[in-house]
Design a protein around this ligand. Structure first.
Ligand SMILES: [Zn+2]
Length: 323
C-alpha cells in the first residue's frame, strides 16, 4: 500500500463522488479502494455526508413546497366557495322565478289575438251593476313602507254611481253629476273631514274603471294570450300584460325586463271580468308575486247601496282631485 497513492486518491475522492472524474482516473481509484481500507472508509464517510446534506436540502424543499401548496389550497378553497355561492345564487334566482311564475296546469291548446282579448275585457267592463271586493293576500315590504298588505276594499256600483269603502275611508263617485266625495275615516284634530271635488270629464274615465278599466290600456301594454285555466269550476283566460316602451325602439334588455315583470290577469271566460291579477317584483334576490283576487257579484246593487254619503258630522272641504 503506497501512502503517496492514498494522498492522491483522497484528493480525488470529492470529484469522484460528484462523478466529475474520467474513466482512467476511476479505474485507478477503484483499483486502489479495493485494497485500501483507510481510503474506502473516507469514501463511505463522504458518501454518508452527501446523503445527509441531500436529505436536509430535500426536506427544506419539501417544507417550502408544502407552504406554497397550503397557500394555494386556501386561495383555491376561497375561490371555489365564492364561485359556488355565485352559481347557487343564480340558480336560486332562476328557480325562484320559474316557481313564482308557475300557475299550475294551463291549457295552451287555444289561441286569442290581442284584439279578441281587448274586446273580451271591454265586454266585462260594460257591467254597470256590481259588487266588487278586492282581496290582497300578499305582504310585501319596500323600505319602511308597507306597499302591499292585507288590503281590503269594496266597491258598490250602480248605473254610474260607485261607492268604495276601504280602511282609509269612503269614496263616492257619481259619473252622472261628476261629483266625487272622499270621507276620511281618520280623525284629525277631533273632527272627521270630507273632501268634495269634481270628476274629470274624460270619456275614457267614464264610470266603472274599477271593473277591468285599469287593465284596458293598449297604449301602454301588449296583451299576450297564455292559455286557459279552470279554477273552482270557472274557466279563465290567462293573459300576460307587458309594458310597451315609451318610444319605438325596444332594446333587448327592455324586452327581457318587460317579459320578466309582465302582469298576469285571469279573465272570466263567460263574463269577461278580471277576477285575479298577479304582479311581479324583484327584491332581496327573490321574485315576489303580488296577487289580488276580485270577488265579484253582478246585478245585486240597489240605489240604497250607493247613496250619497251623509256629510253631517264631517268638516267639508273643497279640494283639488288628489290622484
Ligand atoms: Zn489508500
Amino acid at each position: 500500500m503506497n501512502k503517496k497513492d492514498c494522498k492522491i486518491v483522497q484528493d480525488l475522492l470529492p470529484n469522484y463522488v460528484d462523478n466529475l472524474t474520467q474513466k482512467e482516473t476511476n479505474d485507478f481509484l477503484e483499483d486502489h479502494l479495493k485494497n485500501c481500507e483507510e481510503c474506502s472508509k473516507k469514501l463511505d464517510a463522504m458518501k454518508a455526508e452527501i446523503k445527509t446534506e441531500k436529505n436536509i436540502n430535500n426536506k427544506k424543499e419539501v417544507d417550502y413546497m408544502k407552504k406554497i401548496r397550503k397557500k394555494l389550497g386556501t386561495l383555491k378553497i376561497i375561490g371555489t366557495s365564492i364561485l359556488t355561492l355565485i352559481i347557487l345564487t343564480i340558480v336560486f334566482v332562476i328557480c325562484n322565478y320559474f316557481f313564482i311564475r308557475y300557475d299550475g296546469k294551463i291549457d295552451k291548446s287555444g289561441n286569442m289575438t290581442e284584439e279578441e282579448i281587448l274586446s273580451l275585457l271591454e265586454k266585462g267592463r260594460e257591467n254597470k251593476n256590481y259588487y266588487l271586493e278586492v282581496i290582497s293576500l300578499t305582504k310585501y315590504k319596500e323600505a319602511d313602507d308597507i306597499f302591499y298588505s292585507d288590503i281590503q276594499s269594496e266597491y258598490f256600483a250602480k248605473d254610474g254611481v260607485i261607492l268604495n269603502i276601504s280602511n282609509g275611508g269612503k269614496i263616492y263617485y257619481n259619473y252622472n253629476t261628476n261629483e266625487e266625495i272622499f270621507c276620511s275615516s281618520e280623525i284629525n284634530n277631533e273632527y272627521k273631514t270630507a273632501y268634495v271635488t269634481t270628476l274629470p270629464e274624460d270619456n275614457n274615465y267614464k264610470g266603472l274603471d274599477f271593473l277591468n278599466g285599469n287593465n284596458i290600456d293598449s297604449k301602454n301594454y301588449f296583451y299576450r294570450y297564455i292559455g286557459e285555466k279552470e279554477i273552482n269550476g270557472k274557466k279563465y283566460i290567462v293573459v300576460d300584460m307587458k309594458s310597451k316602451p315609451e318610444n319605438e325602439d325596444f332594446g333587448l334588455l327592455e324586452k327581457v325586463i318587460s317579459n320578466l315583470f309582465s302582469n298576469r290577469v285571469f279573465i272570466n271566460k263567460d263574463t269577461g271580468i278580471i277576477e285575479k291579477t298577479e304582479m311581479f317584483v324583484f327584491t332581496n334576490f327573490t321574485f315576489k308575486k303580488l296577487v289580488e283576487y276580485y270577488n265579484i257579484q253582478l246585478n245585486c246593487i240597489t240605489d240604497g247601496d250607493v247613496e250619497r254619503p251623509n256629510l253631517s258630522g264631517y268638516v267639508v272641504l273643497e279640494s283639488e282631485r288628489a290622484n
